[in-house]
Ligand binder design. Structure first.
Ligand SMILES: Cc1cc2nc3c(=O)[nH]c(=O)nc-3n(C[C@H](O)[C@H](O)[C@H](O)COP(=O)(O)OP(=O)(O)OC[C@H]3O[C@@H](n4cnc5c(N)ncnc54)[C@H](O)[C@@H]3O)c2cc1C
Length: 464
């Protein structure tokens, strides 16, 4: 069944590539931009923004530096951090757009190729191609009076500046690698996980993956089948969630039973221990935080391969010395290649920090979207939560579109929201004490967040 999906996918992909290439060649220059919004990015968040603006009749031009829709799921995209073996981590029904379900015959955890096709189908279905400019990189966004000056570069059209009525930023959160500094020097090959593409690159090498987030675990599992040796170094403990529980995708279990937070943490931890065992037995440190206080690692294979002796867990790095890595427990080992699966930093390289109200590690935006003062600059997709899915991103976009339209229509709820967004943030943690990590600076509790965003969107009345 899955083979059929993949075959169709390959044929469809080449057809789509040709059609889109032709479409882009004849694309005109952006025009009447002062009456429009600019949407930056064509990943799930940009797509959400485009569709939501279109639904309420707000004109926009979309800009994407890659060749097509799909964001990082399109492995051909210059900023894509996908690798050949990557699949969804959340299951398809938890992740899909509500009004555009994934095909019934798609697997529970589709590959990045299926996901890229899904986003292209979404764009075709909601007729978003006409509004998008591909191979178009936003170089800068600056305020000019009440409007925004947007500089766009294109390999053939050169660099041009346009004035837009407003800007919706959806450039993703996983593009700028976080590269920690280490003592000493490693003389083998060292890459960040964002550069990793195929398992064949590990052939015959002694490989050390640093960091056991979702990518780190996927990558060390890939290494097992090619590398001479595959180790993973960790500095903290993790909770490992299997992809399946009772034969069903784990994120589809227990959704209807709402337990109080502390009970849920205890109960789910117990359930995990039944299914995956105790990660300490496999050599991982005991987590110094409770379950759900950091993004869970969803991976069935890592403990399996550790159990088979294919992967060895090493402690935190002390220092490098040539090809030798010294660990904090006094052990050392030699490696040919290190993969830094050390995460990403939030980055909006085309806009000055002052325009995004940065505070500490992240922009301080109301509901992670709204600037306290500006009513025509928004960020979509700067949010993470277990199980948020594309629908969670679309709900953000819907609120933005309704807010813009609501203000145009002088709607009372939109005006009330305008005041609210310049005040203090609501608590988005759902009572969880999230780890103070950079990547957690835009982490929210899914139900709390979605509840607030959808409530605000619903309150705005566009029927005048
Ligand atoms: C291996 C892997 C697995 C994942 N699995 C899941 C999962 O199961 N579920 C989940 O919810 N999330 C998952 N994610 C997280 C991922 O971030 C989201 O799925 C999603 O892609 C975020 O969408 P986005 O539109 O915000 O950003 P992106 O998908 O990163 O898209 C941003 C787009 O903006 C474009 N862009 C950036 N800068 C510019 C510029 N200056 N000018 C023009 N265009 C620009 C980029 O080219 C890109 O196309 C995963 C991530 C990885 C790496």
């Amino acid at each position: 069944m899955f083979q059929t999906v993949t075959d169709t996918l390959n044929k469809e992909n080449s057809k789509i590539d040709d059609t889109m290439k032709a479409a882009n060649k004849h694309q005109k220059e952006p025009s009447n931009t002062e009456q429009k919004y600019a949407v930056i990015g064509a990943g799930p968040a940009g797509l959400s923004g485009a569709k939501a603006l279109k639904e309420v009749g707000i004109e926009f031009d979309g800009f994407e530096m890659g060749s097509d829709f799909g964001g990082l799921w399109n492995i051909k995209n210059p900023l894509s951090t996908m690798y050949e073996s990557a699949h969804l981590i959340s299951s398809k029904t938890t992740t899909e757009f509500k009004d555009f379900p994934m095909p019934e015959n798609a697997p529970d955890y589709p590959s990045h190729k299926l996901m890229a096709k899904y986003f292209i189908d979404y764009a075709k279905n909601f007729k978003l191609y006409d509004q998008y400019y591909f191979h178009s990189k936003i170089e800068s966004v600056e305020k000019q009076g009440e409007q925004w000056k947007v500089k766009v570069s294109h390999p053939e059209r050169g660099t041009k500046t346009y004035i837009y009525k407003g800007v919706v930023i959806a450039n993703g959160t996983l593009a700028k690698p976080n590269i920690p500094s280490f003592k000493g020097e490693f003389t083998g090959q060292i890459i960040h996980s964002s550069e990793y593409k195929k398992a064949a690159s590990f052939e015959g090498k002694r490989v050390l993956v640093i960091g056991a987030g979702n990518s780190g675990c996927d990558i060390v599992v890939d290494a097992v089948h090619h590398a001479q040796k595959a180790d993973i170094s960790v500095r903290r403990g993790y909770y490992f969630v299997p992809k399946y529980v009772f034969g069903k995708p784990s994120d589809t279990i227990g959704g209807k039973i709402k337990l109080p937070r502390s009970l849920k943490q205890k109960f789910d931890n117990m359930l995990l221990k039944w299914f995956t065992g105790d990660p300490e037995r496999f050599g991982f440190p005991k987590p110094k935080y409770k379950m759900y206080e950091s993004h869970p690692v969803v991976n069935t294979l890592i403990l399996h391969h550790i159990g088979q002796g294919d992967i060895e867990v090493q402690k935190d790095i002390d220092r490098f010395e040539g090809k030798t890595v010294h660990f904090k427990d006094g052990k050392s080992a030699q490696y040919d290649m290190i993969v830094l699966a050390t995460g990403y930093k939030l980055d909006f390289p085309f806009i000055d920090k002052k325009y995004l109200n940065w505070s500490g590690m992240a922009p301080d935006l109301y509901l992670k979207i709204f600037h306290p003062e500006y009513d025509n600059l928004f960020v979509l997709g700067m949010v993470e939560a277990a199980g948020l899915g594309w629908e969670g991103r679309y709900e953000q976009a819907k609120l933005v579109a309704r807010y813009i339209k609501g203000l145009e229509l002088n709607d009372t709820a939109a005006k009330v929201f305008k005041k609210k967004k310049s005040g203090p943030q609501p608590d988005l943690s759902g009572g969880y004490n999230y780890l103070q990590l950079e990547r957690m600076s835009f982490y929210v509790h899914k139900d709390t967040y979605r509840g607030l965003v959808t409530k605000e969107a619903k309150a705005i009345n566009l029927k005048k």
